[in-house]
Design a protein around this ligand. Structure first.
Ligand SMILES: Cc1ncc(COP(=O)(O)O)c(C=O)c1O
Length: 388
């Protein structure tokens, strides 16, 4: 028997993550400085860890409601009101998930029928296109441009809409570009979203990492709020990647449909993480701010450094990534990253890992110490001198 023949046809053609492939290479080399991984370098704040320890001590180790603890959903609703002036009912509108990742997958699976089109701005987060494929959808790319500061324009959205369009999947602040959309940037899109009845899945996992401006949620536009599935989580804002806790907020029709998949596939996110999440929502605002201030400092440092050594790098307004152009080197993104790794032992991610639209760019995460960033910049400078 050829076991491969037995696999699902879509699973067979989903490509493996370009980031993983590259880091398998990097891990095999000694002395590598990696600026590749997209996770905060802080330990989860102690009071949040302590709450999880306490939950274990108290024996809070049982399943929770499928939607997550009502106490946690209540805190999430309060948080969304406090931070972004969004009104959600904890009982009807909120579902706790295993990271934002589960929410992305389930939202797509709950709405897509075979052949439905999903408009996806690219370069974009690596999981989106595979999740669209696995849910039976068809991805329609919209190429975000550096000259537009990697924002989605009305003209681009309009051109991408077809009678088969079911949804728009967006992510601002964005991975890998750091692009941000303000209220003024979103405004021209709203009537299109309404007129064409687009469901918008908005992944706002980097909402707390908006620099110099307040994050604007697409869910704050009342005229389309019932069409919006808002996704977020604890990983980036509170440095809780390993806790695997996220959530979505949406109209009850969406929540109930998503719950059908979630309850059979997952049941509920880890109970101990949920108790930690309650603490993060109640008392974590200051931690999130402190971490953001540190990221902002590192952002300024790396952007100045990259421009100084000759890689053109705009100042991103959100997340913890820079997306410099490497076009001046004449190398492809893949070749640049491979040579940099082999010659100077610095690992950054080729822009093409986020779709073909990322050709000519690399993604560098600055969720690393200033010392590591400084060392990496020195090595990149030496690399650039060598190839010139
Ligand atoms: C844009 C984006 N969405 C979602 C995720 C997944 O986050 P989580 O840890 O909440 O599953 C990531 C992780 O890197 C991300 O960059």
């Amino acid at each position: 028997m050829n076991i491969k023949d037995k696999l699902n046809e879509t699973v067979k053609v989903v490509p493996p993550s370009g980031i993983r492939k590259f880091f398998d290479l990097a891990n095999a080399i000694e002395g590598v400085i990696s600026l590749g991984v997209g996770e905060p370098d802080f330990a989860t704040p102690w009071h949040i860890r302590e709450e999880a320890i306490y939950a274990i001590e108290k024996g809070r180790t049982f399943y929770t409601a499928n939607k997550g603890l009502l106490e946690l959903r209540t805190e999430i609703a309060r948080y969304l009101k406090r931070r972004f002036d969004l009104n959600y009912d904890p009982e009807k509108n909120i579902l706790c998930t295993v990271g934002g990742s589960e929410a992305i997958d389930l939202a797509l699976r709950a709405i897509l029928n075979p052949g439905d089109e999903v408009i996806l701005p690219v370069p974009g987060y690596v999981a989106y296109e595979p999740c669209i494929m696995l849910a039976g959808g068809k991805t329609v790319h919209v190429e975000l441009k550096e000259e537009d500061h990697f924002k989605l324009t009305r003209k681009q959205l309009k051109a991408a809409i077809s009678p088969k369009t079911k949804a728009l999947l967006i992510n601002f602040p964005g991975n890998p570009t750091g692009g941000v959309m303000s209220r003024e940037d979103f405004e021209p899109l709203i009537d299109l979203i309404k007129e064409h009845e687009l469901i918008v899945i908005t992944d706002e996992i980097y909402a707390e990492l908006s620099y110099g401006q307040k994050h604007c949620s697409l869910a704050s536009f009342d005229e389309i709020k019932d069409q919006v599935i808002l996704i977020s989580g604890f990983s980036k804002a509170y440095s809780m990647t390993g806790w695997r806790l996220g959530y979505l907020a949406a109209d009850p029709v969406f929540v109930d449909a998503i719950l059908k998949i979630h309850q059979f596939a997952i049941m509920c996110p880890t109970t101990i993480s949920q108790y930690a999440g309650i603490e993060a929502m109640r008392k974590g605002d200051r931690d999130a701010e402190m971490m953001k201030a540190s990221f902002e400092q590192r952002r300024n440092y790396i952007v100045n450094g990259l421009n100084r050594i000759g890689l053109s790098c705009p100042m991103p307004e959100g997340a913890f990534y820079v997306f410099p152009s490497i076009q001046s080197t004449g190398l492809s993104s893949d070749a640049f990253c491979e040579k940099l790794l082999n010659q100077q032992k610095v690992a950054v991610v080729p822009g093409t890992a986020f779709g073909q639209a990322g050709e000519g760019y690399v993604r560098i995460s600055y969720a690393y110490s200033i010392d590591e960033i400084k060392e990496a910049l020195g090595r990149i400078e030496a690399f650039l001198k060598h190839i010139q």
